[in-house]
Design a protein around this ligand. Structure first.
Ligand code: BTN
Length: 262
């Protein structure tokens, strides 16, 4: 592996290590890859289980030619890059669940955690995009609480993909898609992203920060990457990632009213 990929047997979190490296000037495209993580971070304070030899856990440092206000959109840019690569190279039909989960056959195969440098950091701005991809996990190896909602490339394709090869290809494609975001704008990314929109037309239910439960139909992300949801009354809500806990039920074919967490 070239030096743009730093390899570790184990880290607490590749996002944390990449963040420290970026603060010390590490370049755009630098990858931190750990074979396992003891404190893998998921969105909304969740943990990302990262057992050795089962998945790909890496973070890439980005210093895109974009205004820092654009950085939150990189999470969708990264999701698109993963979806396109998995579809092309692994031959799987992929769905993207806003804001950034990658689904195969209705189950989560990959999660993305993007973090940006703080405005008061004494460095040029940067973003860290952390990717956790279930590659070689067998069904019985998933923890009980995610056994029925998680999947891996092995389970979906019956093929054993090389972690190293996947990482190389993912890094290359991600950097290409980020360049496209820079040169053609987010609209071009969003157009492609919508092709994979897993939630569109489905009924979403979420609890706002004030405790109100709202249910409505997903209209997909808008031009800023915010999710639009239409209530039964016709009122359209903008759902921001991170400040709401979001749950979804299938619009049709729902056998139960119990929404599943995303
Ligand atoms: C999520 O779906 O909640 C996001 C999961 C992101 C996990 C990856 S694994 C590599 C990188 N390092 C971390 O600590 N988290 C991300």
């Amino acid at each position: 592996m070239p030096s743009e990929v730093l390899i570790f047997e184990s880290l607490s979190s590749t996002n944390t290590t990449a963040y420290d490296l970026a603060r010390n000037g590490a370049a755009h495209g630098q990858v931190v890859w750990a074979k396992s993580q003891s404190g893998g971070k998921g969105r909304l304070g969740k943990k990302w289980r990262s057992p050795a030899g089962k998945g790909l856990y890496f973070s890439i440092i980005l210093r895109p030619d974009l205004a820092v206000e654009e950085y939150p959109k990189l999470t969708m840019t990264a999701g698109l890059a993963v979806a396109e690569l998995l579809e092309k190279d692994c031959g799987v039909a992929v769905g993207l669940k806003w804001p950034n989960d990658v689904f195969i056959s209705g189950k989560k195969c990959c999660g993305i955690l993007a973090e940006a440098s703080l405005a008061d950091e004494n460095t040029d701005p940067f973003a860290i995009v952390g990717i956790g991809l279930n590659v070689l996990t067998e069904h019985h190896e998933f923890p009980e609480d995610i056994k029925e909602t998680a999947t891996s490339l092995l389970l979906e394709t019956k093929k054993s993909f090389s972690l190293q090869e996947l990482l190389k290809k993912l890094r290359e494609h991600l950097l290409i898609v980020v360049t496209e975001h820079e040169s053609h704008g987010f609209a071009a990314i969003l157009k492609r992203w919508k092709k994979y929109d897993f939630l569109r037309g489905k009924t979403l239910e979420w609890v706002t920060s004030t405790g109100e439960v709202i249910r409505g139909e997903s209209l997909g992300p808008d031009s800023l990457g915010k999710m639009l949801v239409r209530e039964g009354s016709g009122k359209i809500h903008e759902v921001l990632s991170g400040d709401l806990s979001l749950a979804a039920t299938k619009k049709e074919a729902s056998t139960s009213d119990a929404p599943f967490k995303i």
